[in-house]
Design a protein around this ligand. Structure first.
Ligand SMILES: Cc1cc2nc3c(=O)[nH]c(=O)nc-3n(C[C@H](O)[C@H](O)[C@H](O)COP(=O)(O)OP(=O)(O)OC[C@H]3O[C@@H](n4cnc5c(N)ncnc54)[C@H](O)[C@@H]3O)c2cc1C
Length: 405
């Protein structure tokens, strides 16, 4: 039996790993192996887009263990904060949150109660509700403006106003399960490329854009296959998307500038930023040791739409814009060693109203399967763990369908 897997991101690679002993597998990848998790190497390797793991990422942790990389998986409680009106506020401990001047004590209490309650709420009931309107009704305008809007804008940029209340509740519930000192996050020291390299072992990867057709049989670039597992973003399906009856899902794009600095910006790992061309400053070397790189590495992260002027701007235009906004954080031209711009056109679905009904089933037609960012394990947050689970689950279904036990 011959199976084509489209996309060599985590979903595609995991699916190929699960199927390789039962069938002949060919993985097609049009850009970089690893997809959104791919790295930039410069004496060391670092992800093009910031990545960290959570303690609840059981599938990811299991895979890291399977490949003998467990000793490289390090956990750390990092500092988080917000930059507002030219000042940086650490919001890492209960005391720091109590001292934060842009929220009243009543709002802080309301937020704490909302957070605890969100773990018990049936978020699916709120799929048709708008997050911003619901928060305004439930918690009032000041909590919306001072807490939820910066969070929504850092995650969804200009699409913040379309996000569903179901997404917000589910997200608050999974991210609120933290210790008093903050949440521990994990990283594969020296980079997740080490995991990708292990996953690729014994897998045939063809570095080509896959053109899929149904001509009596499924074909990819003219070659016949018994089954296809499509793990790329849905817009990459082209006309086939409508023929297969897949509902329209909007995606947003990511732009990440990875910069090397001669000095650190602050001691905060994740800093949400208001009023700049980027929504967050993520200082990687406040998480991993400086010695691993010999320079301060910082991501400037922003989300936008694939057809926006911002996404289409040239690298040099973006560099200028980012460096100008960085001056507000005391970073001057002379502090910069280098800057690299990375873009992902379809970096995440937008979890807007009604999204839950559009989650893609694994089997969409005879011999045609879809798994990836729009699969159930990637709700409410697309993640490395969710993609590994999607890759595993789609392989299980395909094996049952074809009796590959
Ligand atoms: C800015 C950013 C930060 C993130 N941070 C985290 C984090 O901290 N923690 C976490 O757990 N997750 C994080 N993620 C999410 C995580 O990276 C993804 O959920 C996961 O890597 C997606 O894997 P995937 O295989 O489903 O999709 P992708 O990685 O998108 O893989 C799909 C692959 O298909 C390929 N492809 C597309 N079209 C074709 C075609 N026609 N033919 C052949 N190949 C094709 C693409 O090039 C791509 O390589 C982040 C993502 C981004 C963008």
């Amino acid at each position: 039996m011959k199976i084509a897997v489209i996309g060599a991101g985590l979903t595609g690679l995991k699916c190929a790993m699960e199927l390789k002993e039962f069938a002949k597998i060919k993985v097609f990848e049009k850009l970089s192996v690893g997809g959104l998790l791919s790295s930039f190497c410069n004496g060391y390797c670092i992800e093009k887009f910031y990545h960290h793991a959570f303690k609840s990422d059981t599938e990811l942790i299991k895979l890291i263990g399977k490949f003998g990389l467990k000793s490289k998986l390090v956990w750390k409680t990092v500092k988080v904060g917000i930059a507002k009106n030219g000042k940086i506020y650490s919001l890492s401990t209960p005391l720091e949150i109590l001292k934060y001047p842009y929220m009243s004590l009543i709002d802080k209490l309301k937020l704490a109660i909302f957070t605890i309650k969100s773990r018990k709420r049936d978020f699916e009931k709120f799929d048709e509700f708008n997050a911003i309107e619901s928060i305004r009704n439930e918690l009032g305008s000041s909590l919306l403006e001072n807490f939820f809007m910066p969070m929504l804008k850092a995650k969804f940029g200009e699409n913040a106003s379309d996000v569903s209340f179901a997404w917000l509740l589910a997200r608050v519930a999974i991210r609120s399960n933290r210790k008093l000192r903050g949440e521990e996050i994990g990283y594969l020291r020296h980079g997740f490329h080490q995991l990708l390299e292990k996953m690729c072992e014994d897998i045939e990867i063809i570095n080509k854009d896959a053109k899929i057709k149904l001509e009596g049989k499924w074909t990819v670039n003219g070659e016949d296959f018994d089954a296809i597992v499509f793990t790329a973003p849905l817009p990459e399906l082209g006309d086939l998307k409508d023929k297969l009856g897949i509902p329209e899902i909007r995606y947003q794009s990511s732009i990440c500038a990875l910069i090397s600095l001669k000095k650190s910006i602050s001691d905060i790992y994740w800093l949400n930023v208001e009023g700049a061309s980027f929504g967050a400053i993520i200082e990687h070397t406040n998480f991993m040791p400086f010695e691993d790189y010999g320079e301060h590495l910082v991501y400037l992260a922003s989300y936008t739409m694939p057809d926006s002027e911002f996404f289409r701007a040239s690298d040099s235009e973006l560099e200028k814009l980012f460096l100008k906004d960085l001056e507000k954080f005391g970073v001057k031209r002379g502090d910069l060693n280098w800057i690299k711009i990375f873009r992902a056109k379809f970096s995440s679905p937008i979890y807007e109203k009604g999204f839950l009904k559009k989650i893609t089933p694994y089997r969409v037609a005879n011999g045609f399967y879809i798994a990836g960012m729009t699969s159930r394990p990637n709700y409410p947050e697309r993640s490395m763990n969710g993609s590994l689970l999607a890759g595993k689950e789609v392989a299980e279904i395909l094996r049952k369908d074809f009796g590959l036990i």
